[in-house]
Write a protein of this length. Structure first.
Lengths: 361, 353
């Protein structure tokens, strides 16, 4: 039995509890929030026995196998350290830490303590992303990736998130080095980090504020970001974060020397682009038909996953948590390699440094 | 509107009144009614992100007659609450926690209310705390169709099953207010408005139907809507802060004359124009809700329990509603009758040609 605890009883905590409750052999034994009312409400709704306002007290009295930290990111590093030192495995929501050195320290501590650590990069674990990963591992690309593209969109129409942070300079998102980007881009960057070499030779980041955000009173908050990256092997990557592209895009393209793949996380689809030429006018007919066949396959596969009750709306989180708990139970490797977590943190640090020096924010 | 003897009021018009959620649909009306009654010192608590058009318009209309202070702050900040509570005699707490998540709704309702109550009690001038709650706290799951729903009706015991974050936040907020009343002597009154409508709010209430699936599904038809025209509701709220001797009381706020959902939708369509709607009898809606709820449970939440029997009964079963207590203890009478209220509500839509 894997005994889990939740630290931070805000919005995302519900999804963690629900995902853990679905795992045979795992249960949530305690919740903790420095606001006791928040801990009480979660415990009451989810029928959880342990309720704490102090994390050290919770760690000492409950001794959970794993702690899911779902607090604002400013506290991740410190809470993660305390949990690891108390002997618990740790799941840290995204962004993993505020800076790359903090991420490095936590990973080192986990390795020294022989405990597992993971980051809340749950979009890496959607069905279509896992299928893409299998194809890449099987050599579909025909070699190392040549170019990667990641698009991540956020809809400003969700005012319940944006309005409070625009309204207060003291909002925790505003106090992050990368502000709005810091809280939102981890998912889009992590998928690049998965395929890039650790030795990056170039990162260029440019950010600006959209007219729409300015009209909402955004002041110094930027909401449009473009990043270009090149690694030592010559693989390049582009990242686009936008609040303005409509319909919103949540895409990942990985291009190899032979074939390429496109993952559309908005529709749960994977498209194979095979490097094959067709004679004459067949060039204009066969590839679209093959593409249509591929999309039909996506639709049927998704329908099958829905009917078999495999596909949940928060499938990525469910899968990541299941894999993490399975690794804890079996003593296996964590679902996200530490290399990927650390490289994501390094890319984000560099992006935010460049934005700050460019905008003075 | 002059049904409270000024000498017997909880406070006098020179005392400071705090209105949270003052820029909202009901909040701005409360400020307007206080100004109409000659209140001289009003502190309006608004969020930094609030749109203040309604409130600015009210203040401009009564400009110069009173000191109306706009206090921009966050009820989740104890410091902001402490500053906003200074010298406050009556607090009208209308700020609502609209959030899709249970945690968000709870934080913006219950935690925010706790902060405010702590600050008001610490300040020491408070004579009445008016907590504006909602009909969403009731559960009529075990009540018969058409049974009378008054202040003694059962409260929702499982907001999680009902998938109603807003109702959960309001329920917990009420419980906190009552606990503060019992344990710390908070002088309080709780109001539970029904469906508040009026110009400035264009959406059809969910108690008529839903447009989740891309078209409007009209559920039920003969069920009465617990309507409260915004001016009538604001009157009740203002009176709840002024009338002495009602500490600890709870009041439902609905108008004298109510319409069925069919009558409301018919009037709406007549004014607004053709709206494709499919009518779903209540019994079928209940059966579908049961199926949805069961699938959601068996699939471990693959389908969120957005439709379930608790929600179905609460919104579409149909009850009778009583405002007897409002009349008897507050001396409230609706200033706007249902015909005039509907006329004003519909006047915000362009006329059909």
């Amino acid at each position: 039995m894997t005994r889990a605890a939740i630290v931070g009883c805000g919005k995302i905590a519900d999804q963690h509890v629900q995902a853990i409750h679905r795992i045979p052999g795992s249960s949530v034994v305690a919740v903790c929030d420095r606001e006791p009312l928040m801990a009480e409400q979660l415990a009451e709704r989810m029928a959880i026995e342990g309720v704490f306002a102090d994390v050290d007290e919770m760690l000492q009295s409950v001794r959970p196998d794993v702690v899911h930290i779902t607090t604002p990111p400013q506290s991740h590093s410190e809470l993660g350290r305390r949990c690891l030192e108390a002997g618990s495995h740790v799941y840290l929501e995204k962004p993993f830490t505020i800076t790359a050195p903090e991420a490095h320290d936590l990973v080192s501590l986990a390795e020294r303590s022989q405990l597992l650590l993971t980051a809340g990069h749950n979009y890496q674990f959607t069905l279509e992303m896992m299928q893409m990963r299998r194809l890449v591992a099987d050599g579909f690309l025909g070699g190392h990736p040549v170019h990667l593209e990641s698009h991540w969109s956020y809809d400003l129409g969700d005012v319940s998130y944006v309005a409070p942070l625009l309204g207060s300079r003291d909002h925790w998102v505003r106090r992050l080095p990368g502000q709005l980007f810091h809280n939102l881009i981890s998912h889009g960057v992590a998928r690049l980090a998965e395929f890039l070499d650790e030795d990056l030779v170039e990162i260029v980041a440019r950010a600006h504020q959209s007219d729409a955000l300015r009209a909402m009173g955004g002041q110094e908050v930027c909401d449009e970001l473009r990043v270009l990256i090149r690694d030592r092997r010559g693989a390049t990557a582009s990242f686009c974060f936008s609040t303005q592209i409509k319909p919103g895009m949540n895409l990942f393209r990985v291009c190899g020397p032979k074939n390429s793949l496109l993952v559309d996380l908005s529709s749960g689809s994977l498209s194979r682009n095979v490097g094959k030429s067709y004679k004459s006018y067949l060039t204009y007919v066969v590839p679209p038909l093959l593409s249509a066949r591929g999309q039909l396959g996506n639709a049927f596969r998704n329908m099958g996953s829905i009917m078999s009750r495999r596909l949940h709306q928060d499938f990525g989180m469910k899968e990541l948590i299941e894999q993490f708990h399975a690794a804890i139970a079996s003593g296996g490797e964590p679902p996200i390699p530490y290399r990927e977590i650390l490289l994501t943190a390094r890319i984000m640090d560099e992006v935010f440094d460049q934005i700050r020096s460019e905008t003075g924010a | 509107m002059d049904n409270v003897d000024a000498r017997a009021q909880v406070a006098t018009p020179g005392d400071l009144v705090l209105v949270t959620g003052a820029s909202g649909f009901i909040g701005a009306k409360v400020v307007e009614h206080l100004l109409e009654r000659g209140w001289k010192k009003i502190r309006c608590f608004v969020r930094p992100s609030s749109k203040r058009g309604r409130l600015d318009e009210v203040i401009a209309r009564f400009g110069g007659q009173a000191e109306v202070e706009i206090f921009v702050g966050d009820l989740l900040s104890p410091d902001d609450c402490a500053r906003a509570s200074r010298d406050v005699c009556i607090a009208y707490h209308l700020a609502a926690g609209f959030d899709k998540s249970f945690a968000g709704a709870f934080m913006n309702s219950a935690v925010a209310t706790r902060n405010l109550m702590d600050a008001l009690l610490a300040d020491g001038h408070l004579r009445r705390f008016v907590n504006v709650s909602s009909f969403a706290v009731y559960s009529n799951l075990e009540m018969n169709r058409g049974a009378l729903l008054d202040e003694s009706a059962p409260l929702e015991t499982s907001p999680q099953e009902r998938h109603d974050a807003y109702g959960f936040g309001k329920l917990k907020q009420e419980q906190l207010v009552q606990r503060y009343g019992q344990q710390r002597g908070l002088p309080h009154v709780i109001l539970r408005p029904g469906t508040v409508f009026g110009p400035g709010k264009k959406d059809l209430t969910g108690r008529i139907g839903i447009d989740t699936f891309g078209f409007f599904i009209h559920i039920g038809g003969s069920n009465l809507l617990p309507l409260s025209y915004v001016d009538n509701c604001a009157d009740a709220i203002v009176l709840a802060g002024l009338v002495p001797g009602i500490d600890g009381e709870i009041f439902n706020v609905v108008d004298d004359q109510l319409l069925s959902s069919r009558a409301f939708l018919k009037a709406y369509k007549r004014r607004v124009g053709p709206l494709f709607s499919l009518r779903l009898p209540y019994a079928i809606a209940y059966a579908l809700s049961w199926l949805w709820e069961n699938y959601s449970r068996k699939s471990h939440g693959q389908l969120p329990p957005a439709f379930n029997r608790r929600r179905c009964t609460a919104e579409w079963k149909g009850n009778r509603y009583s405002n007897q207590k409002l009349h008897a203890l507050l001396g409230w009478t609706p200033r706007v009758g249902i015909d005039e209220a509907m006329e004003r509500f519909l006047s915000q839509f362009p006329e059909r040609h």
